[in-house]
Design a protein around this ligand. Structure first.
Ligand code: ADP
Length: 164
């Protein structure tokens, strides 16, 4: 049984992430979406909140699980057995970083391979940062995030606006 590991920050999950997760779930028996705890990144949503938002957004998908890890990704994959890392590639800008990560991971653990899905045309420009930026100015993000989490994201920005 082959497992796909979809790692990321998911702060918050977007329709771009959903596109990659849905495509992975259509190919693999088991797809694990892993909220990676990155010490160098400060996130708007807590790990628990991000996991809950992913769970709510992927409930309809077969074989999708949500986990978190503070380990090096290759060590996490080693624990999962026969796993393939699945990442999404947006425009050229993602390529250099993703290529470097894939090579480094394969160097550290030759059994772990990385597969890339080219982002769908309609999601090329989508990122969690863009959504946070638009939302912080009260812009409409309803077409950018899964409907199941829209209220949670809006509520977070309403409360931060109230706090000044
Ligand atoms: P990270 O901090 O590891 O880049 P992200 O949450 O930003 O985590 O992204 C997780 C994965 O989702 C990455 O592989 C990223 O390239 C992919 N991704 C993010 N946005 C999109 C999008 N709009 N279309 C396709 N893939 C995307």
């Amino acid at each position: 049984m082959k497992t796909a590991i979809c790692p990321g920050s998911f702060d918050p999950i977007t329709n771009g992430h959903m596109d990659v997760i849905e495509r992975a779930a259509g190919i693999f028996d088991r797809t694990i979406v892993v909220v990676m705890q990155n010490r160098r990144k400060s996130c708007l949503f807590s790990v628990e909140e991000r996991m809950n938002m992913i769970r709510a957004s992927t409930k309809h998908l077969y074989g999708v699980e949500v986990e978190t890890s503070d380990k090096l990704l290759v060590d996490y994959c080693r624990d999962k057995g026969r796993a393939v890392i699945v990442r999404g590639l947006r425009a050229v800008s993602d390529f250099e970083h993703e290529f470097q990560m894939a090579l480094a991971n394969r160097h550290m653990n030759p059994e772990v391979d990385t597969m890339f899905f080219a982002a769908s045309e309609s999601h090329q420009y989508l990122s969690s940062s863009l959504i946070k930026e638009i939302s912080s100015y009260g812009g409409d993000i309803s077409t950018f995030v899964p409907p199941q989490i829209l209220r949670d994201v809006l509520r977070r920005f309403e409360s931060s606006t109230l706090q000044g």
